[in-house]
Design a protein around this ligand. Structure first.
Ligand code: SF4
Length: 340
């Protein structure tokens, strides 16, 4: 069977009556808010990202974990906080991403957390730099029930790979991926669906075709090419790709750069998802890396209370008026991922 189809069927198998009903409420709330200009929400998130840890072994140049530049504390997600939140949301939650900042496999109980969510029938996914996929970790990953494993591979040669993944070893990534695929086969498991994710920046854009070939050779299920967010893009940046399709930014006549997206007044993410940091802070989306826009804290309040709070409603309302009201939302290019 086609592997993308298999993953799709697996995803649909997670749909229960309550999850479908909640998804309908989310979609209805989004369009109702757009039509009336009044932010409201009648459901719960369909998807959340939970951050296992802010720690990371690499030093990627556009990542606050890599640069060690967070102003928020760094640490590890506590199992009790995670389980309490999942218990509250599991009936309506469809998709759980174990990733925000940091390398998830550095959390000592990471795969136990995955197993917990997986056993509740939630579609689980994570994103890794694949430096910790030892034989034992790879086997436990398959056994945990993880549905999707995204492996960051941003170059097909060590020289190019390390330009963005500073401190990383390409051979380790390839070996770790092969080990996961070996255990999938050995345990006759169709999960996790293994995806190579290639972050396209100028230094690696010439390797896009090589990456597709490498993905085929290793035998991963899918490869995706992701556009990069650049913080100081206005005056250009050596990381901005020259290939227009893979750039979030366009060059002006005077040589400066602008964001390509139009700042129209809506954001689907604010209705269907949210991000929870390792210490329980709820933030709007993955653009808020340093948790600047804190909309609540699951270590203090129930999720349902904070999801309907004034802070959340005000944030959604500001987005309906215009994305340009919120600094972070100006540099947002939701949905700019190119799949192959
Ligand atoms: S940064 Fe983008 S995704 Fe995040 S809340 Fe703003 S508009 Fe939505």
């Amino acid at each position: 069977m086609n592997r993308n189809l298999q993953d799709g069927l697996n995803f649909f198998s997670k749909l229960t009556r309550k999850r479908v009903w909640n998804a309908l409420k989310v979609i209805y709330s989004f369009y109702e808010s757009k039509a009336t200009g009044k932010a409201l929400h009648r459901g719960l998130p369909m998807s959340i990202s939970f951050e296992p840890t802010t720690s990371c072994n690499l030093r990627c140049p556009e990542c606050p974990s890599g640069l060690r530049s967070f102003t928020r504390p760094t640490g590890m997600l506590e199992g009790d906080l995670f389980k309490r939140t999942i218990d509250e949301l599991s009936e309506t939650l469809l998709y759980l991403i174990f990733y925000f900042q940091g390398e998830p496999y550095l959390h000592p109980k990471f795969l136990e957390l995955v197993k917990y969510a997986s056993q509740k029938g939630i579609y689980t996914a994570t994103s890794t730099n694949a430096h910790y996929l030892t034989d034992a970790a790879a086997r436990r990953t398959v056994e945990s029930g993880l549905d999707r494993l995204i492996v960051s591979i941003d170059g097909t040669t060590q020289e190019v790979y390390q330009q963005y993944r500073v401190g990383g070893k390409l051979e380790k990534v390839l070996e770790g991926t092969r080990t996961i695929l070996k255990w999938k086969k050995q345990l006759k498991s169709s999960t996790p669906h293994v995806v190579f994710q290639f972050l396209v920046v100028r230094p690696n854009e010439h390797q896009i075709e090589d990456a597709k070939r490498l993905a085929k050779e290793i035998g991963v299920d899918e490869i995706g090419f992701k556009t990069a967010q650049i913080y100081d893009y206005e005056h250009g940046d050596p990381l901005i790709p020259t290939l227009d399709k893979y750039s979030r930014y366009a060059e002006n006549n005077d040589g400066t750069y602008r964001i390509k997206n139009s700042l129209d007044g809506h954001c689907w993410k604010m209705w269907h998802s949210c991000v929870i940091t390792w210490d329980g802070k709820v933030v709007p989306c993955c653009f808020d890396k340093d948790a600047h826009y804190r909309l609540g804290d699951v270590s203090e309040t129930s999720f349902q209370t904070l999801w309907q709070s004034k802070a959340y409603t005000d944030f959604r309302q500001a987005l309906i008026r215009s994305r340009s009201e919120i600094e972070m939302c100006k540099n947002c290019t939701e949905g700019t991922q190119v799949w192959a």
